[in-house]
Write a protein that binds this ligand. Structure first.
Ligand SMILES: [Zn+2]
Ligand SMILES: [Zn+2]
Length: 104
């Protein structure tokens, strides 16, 4: 036996008759509480939950997309540090080291 829609009240507004039932959670809501999203009816709570899931998924994707760029940056930073080390090593060699070699 199903409850007639006209006698069912909105979950949020107890004084308003239900207009539709959310297919996701199965709760009755009035026309104000239920919205159409992507061609189907959804209550505000389910819509918010769906949006949170989408946002979380997008954030995961973003993190995955950022990681290779970060690795590249770390690699370049290490390379630069190594280069700096080599440059310091070359500068630390005394100038008279080359006396009597190729340049004379
Ligand atoms: Zn719902
Ligand atoms: Zn309502």
């Amino acid at each position: 036996m199903t409850t007639p829609l006209s006698k069912t009240l909105c979950r949020i507004h107890a004084d308003r008759p239900a207009a539709a039932r959310c297919p996701t959670c199965g709760v009755f809501y009035c026309a104000e509480c239920i919205t159409e999203h992507d061609g189907r009816l959804t209550c505000a709570a389910c819509l918010a939950a769906e949006r949170n899931q989408v946002t979380a998924a997008r954030q995961r994707e973003r993190r995955l997309a950022v990681w290779p760029a970060l690795q590249l940056l770390i690699g370049l930073a290490l390379l630069w540090l190594m280069w700096q080390g080599v440059a310091h090593l070359l500068l630390s060699i005394p100038a008279d080291f080359h006396d009597g070699t190729v340049w004379k």
